[in-house]
Each structure stands twice: as C-alpha cells, then as structure tokens.
Design a binder for this molecule. Sequence first.
Ligand code: SF4
Length: 1009
Amino acid sequence: MAGPQAAGAVPSSQLDDVQRSVIATDSHTLLLGPAGTGKSTALVHATAALADRWGAGCVVGVASDRTAARSWQGQVAPLVDGAVPPITTLAALAVDLVAGAAPAADTDEAPRVLTGPEQELRVRELLDGTLTTAGNEVEWPPEWKPALPTRSFARVLRRCLAQARRTGWDPRDLRAAAVAANDPGWAAVADFLAEYLDVLDWEGAIDYAELGVRALRAVTLAPPTTPLVVILDDAQHLDPVQAQLVTTLTGRGGLLVAAADPDQCMASYRGADLAALTALADTCQVRRANRVYRGGSAGRDARRNLLGSRWYAGLPAEVGLGYRTPAVVHEAVGTQLVAVEFDDPVAQALHLADRLRAAHRDGIPWRDMAVLVTSPAREMAPLVRGLAQAHIPLHVPTTDVPLAAQPAVATLVAAAEVVLDGGSDPASWKDLVCSDMMGLPPREWRALLRVSERRSRSVADLWRDPLAASEFPEAGPALRVLTALDRRLDRARRRHLSGGTPAEVLWDLWHGGDDVWPERLRRRALTTGEGAVAAGRDLDSVIQLFRLAERAPERWGGQRGLRSLLDEIDHHEIAAEPDLKAASRSDSVSVLSLHRSPGHSWPLVVVTGLTEAAWTATDSIGLIDPGRLTADTLLPMAPRRAAAERRRLLTMALGRASRQLILCAAGGADDPPTALLADAGITIRRVVGRPAAPQTPLDLILRARSEMVGHGSAETAARSALQRLGALRDTTGAPVCPGADPRRWPGVADWSIGPVPLRRPDRPLSLSASGVALLDECPLRWLLQREARGDRTTSPAADFGLMVHEGAALLVREPDTDPRALVDRLWSPSGYDASWYEAREQDMAALALRRAAAWLATRPVPVLAEHPIDQILAAGSDLVRVRGSVDVVEVHPEHVLVWDHKTRRSVASTSDSSHSVQLGIYQWALQEALGRPAEGAGLVHLCVAAGTKEPDLPKVREQPPLSDRADWIGQVVTDAAAAIRAEQFRPRPGAGCRTCPFQSSCPAQGGGS
Ligand code: SF4
C-alpha cells in the first residue's frame, strides 16, 4: 500500500488484465508480484467491487499497519456508492474476534491485549522473580546466569515465547521436546512460558502472539454466521497462526483475496514466515502480476540481479518463472537509481541536503521524500543533525526512544508525580522549574540556593516571604517561576481531586493556564534546524501521551488511572508510534528506520548505511534462538537465513521509491559499500569532499560577502544578490535574511568614538580582578564579553565550576559535610548530552570537593571563604575600584595568604601562576584592606591530584609575595585603566584565543578577516 504520497485510486480504465481478473474473482486468489506491480491498486478496486457484489458489511480489508489502512480506505471511498467496507489491521481484527467471543466463553469481559513494551515488562518482572524467588520452578542453565538480568536477554526471551505461541507449542510439549533434545535452556524456556501464561491468565491479559491464537480458537469454535470476504495486503508478513486465521475466517463460503511479494518477506519482521505464505497459496488460485508501474527497469533489474532466479519451495513454480522481470510500463518516468559513496557521515548529510533541496526546487514536496536509515542507533543522530543544520524540514517519528525519555513527556510526568504525591516543598522542584515548561536558567536556580545558604533560610521560607524577591533581587527570577509553577500544579491537583481524568490533569499541566509552553514549542517547530526537529519531536510525543491518557479511564478507571498511567509510561519503555500520518500533514521529509518502511513508498527515497559492516552484522541472537522452533520440532540449530534475508531487505529498499532512489554508504576506507550493491549490478559513484555549493542562507551570505569584499565597491552579482536577499521580508515585515545587510557585518566599520564615554571620567573605574585579567589578556575580548555581554551562553563546564566553587566554600563553613552529599545537594548543571557523562562529572565534582576538604585540613589557621573585597587602588594617575570575592583567605597574625580554587583539568604552569593577574590584584587589595602584608597566593587545582602519592590532595601552584618583585601588578592595572579611558580595544591574540567565543568575528583571526 502506498505511503504518504498516496492520492486517489488509479482509474479502472487503466487496470491491466491480471488486476481485472483479481477484481472479478469468485474464488480464493493470491496475487504475487514484486514491488510496484499494482497489487495494492488491484486490492483497492477489488474492495469496491466485492462490496458491491457481497455488501459492504461482509467485506473487510486487512492492511499491514494503520497508516496503510487509512490510505486504502481513502482510495476506496470514491469508488463505492454506499458504505465503505472497514479497512483494518490483522491485530485489530483479532481483537474484535476475541472480544466478540468473550460472552460465549462465559467471561465478564474480553482480555486486555498487552502492547509490546508491556509484554516486555512482564517478561522482565517474571524473569526477575525466577532469579530472586527461592524454590521457583524455572531452572536456568548455570552458565546463563550472568545474562539473565540483562534487557537483551528479556527481549530475545520474549521473541521465543511469541515464536512458541505462533507455532502452536504449549509449555508441556515444548518441555518434552527440549528434554528429548537434551537442551536444558529450552526446557527452562518452556517452564518460563508456563509461568508467563499463568500470570497473564490471572491478570486477564494476553500478548499479540496469544491474540492470534485466541482469535483463531474463537473463529474455529464459532465460525462467522455469514460468509466473509477478506482482502489482505502484504500477506508476506503473516505468521502461521495468522495465515490459519484468515483461511478459517473465509473457509465456509467466504472469499479470500490476498496480495504478497515473497521477495519482501523478512522472518524477523514480527514473526513473518514464508511457510505461512505457502500455506495460504495452497488454498488459493495463485496469479502473478506481470507489469511494473512504479519504478523503471533499473530498479527491477537490480532486484532480479540480487535474488537471481531462485524461487521458493511451496509456491507454484510457474509463478516463479519471470517473476522478477515484469514488463516496465513507464520507462520514461522510471525510477532513477543512483548509489553514492561519501567520505564520511558529515559529508553525506551535506550532500544529501543539497540533493533534497534540488529535488524540492524541481517540484517534489518535502513530504514526498524519505530518508531510510539502516542502523538508526548509529546513523540517525548525525544525519538528523546535518540535515537540520542545512535547514531541511524533517519529521523524525519518535519510534526508537521510549516515550518516558522524551523531554516534554518526562517533564509532564514529573509534574504529574508532584500532583499525585502532593509534594509542596519547592526545593524539590528544581527539575521542573529549570525544564522547558517553566524555562528558568539553572544559573538563576543556583542564585536562589546561594541566597538560601547565605541567609540560612530554606527555599520554601524564601518563597513564602512576599518581600524576599525585592530584598534579594538575585533570587527574584527563581522565586517568580516557583510561584508560576505552584499555580500550574495547584490547578492540576484540584482537577485530580475533583475526579478529573488523567488526560484532563495532564492538560492542565501542559496548558498551564496561559499556553506559553505549547505555543513556544509550536513556534520553534515551525522554524528550521535542530531546535525545530526537537520541538517537533516534543509535540509528537506529547500527542502520544495524550492518546494514552485518553485510553486510561477505560483501562484502569477512577483516580487510580493517573497513577497507573504514570507507572506504565515510566516502566514500560513505551515507544512512540511511527506516525507517518503526521509526516504527511506537515510538509517535511520523513526520516525513519529502513525496517519500519515496508508497505510504504515515496517518490524520492534515500537509503543510508549501505556499508559492508552494517549489512553483514549478524543478527546475533545470543543464548537462545527462536528460529530453532518450527511448528513441528525444536531444530538442533536455526536454519541459516541471514544472507537471504539481507538480500530480501535490500530488495525491499529498492522498491520504496517511485521516481528517485539514492543509495548511500559513508563508512570510509574501513567500511566499504556492501558487496550486495555490486551483486545487484549497481555501480557506486564516489563523491569526494563536501559540497562546494552553499548549503544554507548563511553560507550564501558569507560567500557573497567574501566575493563582495574582494571586489571593493564594484557592482558585482554578489552585491546585487545580497541586496535582493536583504530586501526580502516575511509576513510581519521583518527581514528574512538580516545578515545580508552589510551594516550588520562585523569588522567592516572604521574606528568609532561613542557619543558618551564608556565610563564616567570623574569616578574611579569599577572593575573585578578577573575583568582586569581579561583586559590584560585581550582588550577586545573584554569589551565583547564583559561590556557588550556578547557571550551569554552557558556550558556544562561553567556550571560544573560554579557548583564546585560553591561546595568548596560550604566546606569551609561546614567542614564535616560529606562531599558526596554536597554534590547531591548542589548539582544542577544541565546540557550534558549523555547521562553516563553527567554521572562521571558528578564523580569528579565529589572528588574535587574531597580534595578541597583534605587541603583545608592542612591549613594552619582558620580560613575565610568567599571573602568580599571592595578596594580602591591607585593606577598611575587614575583610580580603580576593585570588587569581588576571594575563594579562600588565610589570616595569620602578621600576614595574609590568598588562594583561588580552579576546576580546570589542566594545571597552570609555574610562570602562569606567578604572573596571575587575578592573584596579584587579590594580594594587593587584601593587604590594603587588612593592613597586613600579603605573603603570597596560590591556585588550588581541585580537579588535579597533587601527585601519584597524594591523589586526595589538590595540585597547588603558588605566587610569590608582591614585595618580591617590581610593581608589575600596578603596571597591569594602570594599562587596563588607560585602555578603558582611551576606549581602544584592540585584539591581542594569544593562548586565550583557543577558548574565545568571538574567534569567528575577530579581525585578528583568519575567519574574521
Ligand atoms: S580571538 Fe583572540 S584576539 Fe580575538 S578577541 Fe578573542 S582573544 Fe582576542
């Protein structure tokens, strides 16, 4: 069945003889044909014709998934005069059959069907029980014990259980077969199956495999009272039980009309089995589609080369003759097939962006394009990042990430937990206030914590104090957001207590009374780039959450519904559904796994990951292989079918496009393109480097700018292109490409004098010690970073540093505090891409604080932490007021020592520490303020061990007393003051350029010039 681009049905005048014979059939018929041979079209017309002859109530269409069912129904509707027959999926049909049989079976209600993730959870829970409960009846082989608690074992065990049910094994027979084969592993699986079925029975639940078995039993016991017509597409996806179900349903005077392509049968695809197709063929008249409409001879020949002339035992041999060489109907509009090898994934993403954009310019809507990735885990992230950065609108179904892990859903679930628990301590709301829902920067939250620590007042106390926000302005933003969050939670809580459904409670949390969050996400999703992709994914996941929430009352009822819903989301790893319909609604390119694409097609398809490693990676099954279990026996070893399946998978990929198919490999020299491409007769073209053409509007502007600068004031094509770009306005009148205006370009204006002095000349210059250090390092960077505040980005590293400084100061006041507990209390850095990395950073923070505590214990006198300084220093003829705080001051009877904590992972050189401007100013300011000499200072590197013999002490680099040297620090301060007064901020390239955020616009750097 066609995918998102499917439009109306093909007119009946254009049908071929084979299609007509299928439509006119009055006996069981199976139409076999490769992709694009019009099988689905024949079924669409057959549905309308059979509804006419038999009545719509007697006809049911069965598609491979809901998206295909919707498309099928849409095409049938215009062809029938009366009611449209229902088009459904086999699972939905089985649910109806089982539900219909429930009263006859004397049960109160139909069993609940577990979703895949729910089933996996049950398996994991039971597995856990077999490991921890003494005297349980499952005896796993001792050598399997290490693997049993792993998630991958639970997954493969789940497949074994499904295979056992699909092939009709009951636990006792399976155990007997395993004992006869002297296979203790499968004997344990049989015992586990017995326990699993008992538990599900007790819960009144069944899984998908059991659903098929029950539906078959229901139909066998009570066949349909009126003959039924079943029209079945993609029959190659059937398992044996499903095949039996459809033949039984249509057995007594009914009619079965099915279509399939055995070349696209992949056994791993939900238990699909060629044996099921051959069983179906035994009951049908088998016809072969002999004309191909989608794609031209290139795709057809590639498929034939790939699979050769081998045919399938059990399917009529005469159908196999010429099966893979159907006549091409539209060679002129046939699929253009290219295979390309790129240097690496980044080059691949850039080139693909180029090609997709070119296709869009040629009139192909974005929604008619798809990128299918072979290995989502490896390829998806860099590909999506690259395409999104090149401003290609993308739709990435949230299929492979658990719903609970989607950021927006995680936030709503956390808020709903607070609603349920009735938690009212705002100190525990950090994750919520700093989430996208409330939007508070973590920095502001830490400011509140600092006020709380310093004033010895709890966060709750500050929040309840109406004067706190004005008394402690730095805590104001966080206190205001806490109040807004409390309103949101309170509204949801009242809804919950008054009997609101889970969906209503979640709606109150989502909507928040002002719609700011949903609106923000919606606006972001309408832009382009990575942010847009993430926002689109957030919105998709929230839609799925509400779908689940709406079903909650019927599943659990009452107020228990919300608790049960949260448990299900939290524990079950529910993956969002592949919503191809959403992709078709928004004009965007679908990016999805190749394994999820059967049954769908698009005019332009890109398939990535066609490398040897990706395509020869064995489907390692591990300890137990469900493939060993057939309907009759437990085989000693599974048949080797991986190679044949790979060929069929590539055949399936070759049939997804109707106009353009681009096959890509980007594994580099170590991982060449798969040999299957050569077997298919496809020539691979090597594309070296990255595209020369501009990829984004910004690239275009930069190129035009560079050309224009090279030509001076001459009238060039670049100049006029920039003028045209600069004149573009959006619907609100705002410029579409503001960067096209030369007045906005950095580094092109002459030196300018400000209308008012930067600092009032009649007052001392106010500077921090670090500000003087930065001015000394590079005046331009100081201007851009400190004065213009051109770098407001926050990074995990900066947050880490602030947290460790805060913790070290607390250790001075509370020396008995456990450093690890301090980290747990203060940790709030965000922005880490991976949780393992964040955990490692937390460990490093704890280690740094342990070193801080150990070092403090070595100090001979009590020290002051975060000691404030506010001192006026003479800078030549000028005055500089230095303000700030010193990490640690050691006050001895006759002198002071100054220490500064550092959280870098590298150690300052001896020369750097002795010339540290910051330490020098601290020494100078403190001896002026305290009236006693500073006898030296030091940098305390908390993240670096003092040495291999002292891993728990920090590395310390010292600075000699100021009295030991000439007045170098006085000169530094004088020069800094002079630069500000003269307003001359020249770039000063040096070691700091490496970390300078203004490199790209700095006139002293190549790029900026
Ligand atoms: S790149 Fe180097 S020279 Fe340029 S502003 Fe930054 S620190 Fe200064």
